[in-house]
Design a protein around this ligand. Structure first.
Ligand SMILES: C[S@@+](CC[C@H](N)C(=O)[O-])C[C@H]1O[C@@H](n2cnc3c(N)ncnc32)[C@H](O)[C@@H]1O
Length: 282
């Protein structure tokens, strides 16, 4: 693999996902492309590029998938899920009752752990909720298919779930575990590149946009955030990853708890700190 190939890979990923590959990660690019070529039964990275040059859309999308960060886990950072099923839900119920559907969006859902964690967190209060619309979107078709299948290896379930949670929400299958069918059926998995217009999205009460913006080019991250805020209800909550900065959200207030960050419009009433937890750090 030549430096030209690394540059081409960078350009492709930037164009398709808005993601920048840091130069110090060149070795990782090489390693991942070699692995992809071998999985596809292609002799070399050069041959992979040839198929791309011939307009092979599948190779194109697989190359981007191989290079974009997709790391995730169940109940990542814990607190967002406690907030959603606790204080946020209490506040939302007090304002809207159970007449209005509660809408939550996991944007950049990867292999689905975030969306399923939201659903599991809400399970204990599902009966009092009325209609729940849980959306999970990603730019990767392959990841969405994994998410929709709802099957996870032992290593994956061990990242974030207790044995009791596995018991409650999964059934053992093929050396791994499959999430309860009714959870899968309740989540709308949809292909959506955040760089493209949001044509058929409703307004959401909570949006999880975590660990996605950090890898986008700054202008694109700002543009995505600006459009995401337009589909957030005035009293809605926006969750970002713990290291992600909310460029252009000057009229939003940040509340930090543990490693999690939640943003609210300044003029909406944020929830009180969860009892027995650390105080809001924002
Ligand atoms: C690091 S994972 C984060 C997953 C999950 N949100 C979490 O915090 O655990 C980032 C996800 O964002 C997706 N992504 C990256 N760029 C995207 C884009 N332009 N449009 C939609 N999804 C994108 C990737 O495919 C990947 O699944």
């Amino acid at each position: 693999m030549t430096p030209d190939h690394v540059q081409l890979a960078g350009e492709l990923v930037r164009a398709e996902a808005g993601v920048t590959l840091p130069p110090e990660k060149d070795y990782l690019v090489k390693m991942r492309l070699e692995r992809l070529a071998s999985e596809l039964g292609i002799d070399s990275i050069e041959a992979l590029w040839d198929s791309l040059r011939q307009g092979d859309a599948v190779s194109r999308s697989l190359i981007v998938d191989a290079l974009v960060a997709t790391d995730t886990s169940f109940f990542r950072d814990v607190f967002p899920f406690r907030l959603v099923s606790g204080e946020l839900l209490d506040g939302w119920r007090a304002r809207h009752g159970s007449e209005q559907p509660l809408r939550i969006w996991s944007a950049g859902c990867a292999s689905g752990q975030e969306a399923y964690s939201i659903r599991m967190a809400l399970e204990a209060r599902r009966a009092e909720l009325g209609e729940l619309e849980l959306w999970a979107t990603d730019r990767s078709q392959a990841l969405l298919e994994r998410a929709q299948a709802g099957w996870y290896s032992v290593v994956e379930v061990n990242r974030g779930l207790t044995a009791r949670q596995v018991d409650e929400h999964f059934t053992p299958e093929r050396n791994g575990f499959r999430i309860a069918t009714h959870y899968r059926d309740e989540i709308r998995f949809q292909l959506l590149n955040l760089l493209e217009p949001f044509t058929d999205l409703p307004v959401f009460d909570a949006i999880f946009l975590r660990n996605v913006l950090g890898s986008l080019e700054p202008d694109r991250a700002a543009n995505v955030l600006d459009r995401v805020r337009q589909v957030l209800a005035p009293d809605g909550a926006l969750f970002l990853g713990c290291d992600e900065s909310p460029v252009g959200l000057d009229d939003f207030e940040r509340k930090g708890i543990g490693r999690a960050s939640v943003y609210h419009h300044r003029d909406s009433r944020p929830p009180s700190p969860p009892s027995g937890s650390r105080t809001w750090a924002g």
